[in-house]
Design a binder for this molecule. Structure first.
Ligand code: NAD
Length: 334
């Protein structure tokens, strides 16, 4: 790929987007990042970074000008706590973002367009047991996603399919299964389970207060994929000739209780789990990676333990910093 290829990453101020910008820069692309905000934890490696609200059509036209390839990651999203409490906001904002971004890409002559969907599009009726059958791409229909977040993703997937068949844009659609890693939201309400558990366990360790809260009985299952595998997989899919939706995740399923145990072991502490009421999402979810292997000849390789070690260390530092700021004389006298 020539160094002159100009790509746009939307959501470049977010978790996956900021990692993807660095990955694409390393591959020699010219990168424009667009978001409502700059990355929170590191400087963006993008050649150009524009603060734009992509719900607006004029901003989408500006974002896609002179661009050959778009990685569409911008979304109003968060973990289960956020997704299960903001249906209208999510459906409204994400519909506008995705309708306007792909149409602006078409108007500006973009050749390739990768859309980031989610395992949340899969029907609730296939995910009622913790010991769930891994989800194949074709199990998406008959559709019954649990939340508005999933419904919007499903419609945007279909939109991409039609933009390919009607207008000839090479669209790609990836369905992520729980991506985690450093430089992601770890507090504030939008964080996901791995980051929230790292924060709770780091706080328990640093304050010597072993009790941590877990939403529900902790027996709900998920698979988790480390960020370096995620950006590698996104890139491989963009370069492939596969235009249907493709899972991208690990296929090792663990319970949330097991996830907490792995993190506690990495942290070197013993924690007491207190199970409280809270949104749990579907009971079980896992990725079937058969198609991923067939299409890309590749699958995520970083183990949960290795990915969590890096992530935990980073979050522990964030918690430590926050606690020490809270204890500075200026903070305590205020
Ligand atoms: P993130 O929240 O860290 O990043 C999304 C970014 O989009 C944020 O920086 C946000 O400011 C930006 N954004 C929101 N509204 C915008 C607007 N109106 N205009 C411009 N930018 C806007 O989330 P992430 O984890 O990096 O997720 C990236 C993409 O992957 C999203 O589309 C998400 O739905 C999808 N996804 C992520 C996961 C995961 O496990 N992280 C799982 C499934 C799907």
């Amino acid at each position: 790929m020539s160094a002159a290829t100009r790509v746009l990453v939307t959501g470049a101020g977010g978790f996956i987007g900021s990692h993807l910008v660095s990955f694409l820069k390393n591959k020699g692309f010219w990168v424009r990042g667009v978001d409502l905000k700059h990355p929170e934890f590191s400087r963006s490696d993008a050649d150009e970074f524009e603060i734009l609200d992509l719900r607006r059509w004029d901003n989408c036209l500006q974002a896609t000008r002179g661009i050959e390839e778009v990685y569409a990651l911008a979304a109003d999203m968060g973990g289960m706590g956020f997704i299960s409490a903001h249906h209208a906001q999510i459906l409204y904002n994400n519909s506008l973002i995705n309708l306007h971004t792909i149409e602006a890409a078409r108007v500006n002559g973009v050749k390739r367009y990768l859309y980031t969907s989610s395992a949340c599009i899969y029907p609730e009726y296939l995910q009622e047991e913790a010991n769930v059958t891994p989800l194949k791409e074709e199990s998406a229909y008959p559709a019954q996603p649990q939340d508005a977040y999933g419904w919007e993703k499903l419609v945007s997937e279909i939109l991409c399919g039609h933009y390919k068949s009607d207008y000839g844009i090479e669209t790609r659609t990836v369905r992520f299964h729980n991506i985690f890693g450093e430089n992601g939201t770890w507090e504030g309400g939008r964080e996901k389970a791995p980051a929230a558990l790292c924060r709770k366990i780091a706080t328990a360790k640093l304050l010597n207060a072993p009790e941590i809260e877990i939403w529900g009985d902790g027996e709900q299952t998920r698979s988790f994929c480390y960020i370096n595998d995620c950006v590698d997989g996104i890139y491989r899919l963009m370069r492939s000739d596969f235009s249907k939706p493709l899972n991208l995740g690990q296929d090792r399923m663990v319970t949330i209780n097991e996830l907490a145990d792995i993190i506690a072991e990495i942290a070197g502490v013993k924690v007491e789990k207190k199970h409280i009421d809270g949104p749990m999402g579907v009971r079980g979810r896992n990725s079937d990676n058969t198609k991923l292997r067939d299409v890309l000849g590749w699958e995520p390789a970083v183990s949960l333990e290795d990915g969590l070690s890096v992530t935990y260390r980073w979050i522990e530092q964030q918690v430590e910093q926050k606690l020490s700021q809270a204890n500075t004389p200026a903070a305590t006298s205020a």
